[in-house]
Design a protein around this ligand. Structure first.
Ligand code: ADP
Ligand code: MG
Length: 384
């Protein structure tokens, strides 16, 4: 976008303004804040700016007040200190916006054909603008009308600064990273993240596992994991990864267990060999956390996705906190992504001390897996 003359042009920017909303108010404006520099730059360049985004998961084609971008328009207006009108009926054209001003177009998922990338819908979006700017990294792994189709048909299509910076930061962590490279993969989406593990095992030097993933490796070592979240079907894959010639995968030697998944559950620390049927592993233990923190402090690059314990409950948050603080203290170039991972970083107040915070969850993981992001591919095609 910075290479394009936007003065007097009608510029349609795909943003990721999918923020949490409660009682008609935005409850976390992190994604809006992230979008501000791009929006300001376009306004200052003299563009007539139209912003497009999805919000939540409405039934496609059925406008529903519950999923209106009204609260986002209000918050954007406050942050930009200017009026940001919300345009309800926009797809058939006639959007009124002057150069040097900005409007927000209502939830793109109210339009039938968005998800399946209907070409007719995409052509209508493209007809609204002179320039299409893709700046929503978090949706770049989806080929939809507002992320992909519109870029095919717009007179000119380019990447926005946020998307460009995101791709650059992730490239720095994955393409020719400073070694040793340490990845931390935790969280609860075990089966979907195993493909990520396989990809990372071929790239990184050490692969630290936590959460349900660690439990799967502990079970693969022949230990009882009791009622813990783990993937029984994946034990062979875990054994293959542990024995393979890829990354070293240190499995936690001690864990913190509870007898139920609850904020009231009493936390008990024990070696993995002592876990019994009634136990639920809800965090890595202090010895494992200290061992992993030392590995992280010596890293050249750290890639983090997934809390290593149930950090939402304070008695099971220590493992995630220890690793997050080690990343913050380390001189390594660090990137973190994932909705809950970012929530953990914010809970511990460490946002400013991570080198790069990715705005994408699914897109971040697909990028890490080495997959081509469709929305990026089409921009490259248009540029070439
Ligand atoms: P992200 O959103 O960062 O990609 P996930 O959605 O995969 O991460 O997982 C985050 C969730 O995993 C957190 O809500 C956390 O409570 C949960 N979690 C972490 N460790 C465990 C565990 N041992 N057992 C059950 N849930 C866990
Ligand atoms: Mg999550």
């Amino acid at each position: 976008m910075s290479d394009v003359d936007l003065a007097g042009k009608r510029v349609l920017i795909r943003e990721d303004l999918n923020v949490p909303v409660a009682d008609g108010k935005v409850t976390s404006d992190a994604r809006i804040q992230a979008a501000l520099p791009t929006i300001r730059a376009a306004i200052e360049a003299g563009a007539a700016v139209m912003l497009v985004s999805h919000l939540g998961r409405p039934v496609e084609g059925e406008p529903d007040e519950k999923f209106s971008l009204r609260p986002v328009a209000d918050r954007l207006g406050e942050l930009l200190d200017r009026d940001v009108p919300l345009v309800k009926d926009w797809i058939d054209g006639g959007v009124v916006v002057e150069p040097g001003s900005v409007v927000l177009l209502e939830n793109v998922r109210f339009l039938a054909g968005e998800k399946k990338c209907d070409p007719e819908l995409a052509r209508k979006m493209a007809a609204l603008c002179d320039v299409f700017v893709m700046d929503a990294f978090g949706t770049a792994h989806r080929a939809q009308a507002s992320t992909y189709g519109v870029a095919e048909f717009a007179p000119l299509a380019c990447a926005g600064p946020l998307l460009a910076r995101e791709l650059e930061a992730l490239g720095q962590a994955l393409d020719s990273p400073a070694r040793p490279v340490v990845a931390i993969v935790g969280g609860s989406k075990v089966s979907t993240k195993l493909t990520v593990l396989e990809a990372l095992a071929g790239i990184v030097d050490t692969l630290i596992v936590g959460g349900g993933i660690a439990n799967t490796f502990i079970a693969a070592d022949g230990h009882d994991v009791g009622k813990s979240l783990h993937e029984g079907d994946m034990l062979e894959i875990a054994r293959g990864l542990a024995a393979g010639d890829g990354a070293t995968i240190p499995v936690p030697g001690d864990v913190v267990v509870g007898n139920e998944f609850s904020a009231e559950a009493a936390a008990v620390t024990k070696p993995v060999s002592a876990v019994t049927d009634g136990d639920m592993i809800l965090d890595i233990g202090p010895d494992a956390a200290a061992e992993f923190a030392a590995i992280i402090r010596d890293a050249g690059t750290v890639i983090w996705n997934g809390p290593v314990g149930v950090f939402e409950f304070d008695q099971f948050a220590a493992g995630t906190r220890t690793l997050a603080e080690a990343i913050a203290d380390s001189d390594a170039f660090s990137v973190a992504g994932g909705g809950d991972t970012l929530a953990a970083i914010d809970k511990f107040g460490l946002r400013e001390r991570i080198s790069y915070i990715s705005t994408g969850g699914g897109a971040f993981l697909e990028f890490v897996e080495g997959k081509t992001l469709p929305a990026v591919e089409i921009l490259e095609k248009r540029a070439g």
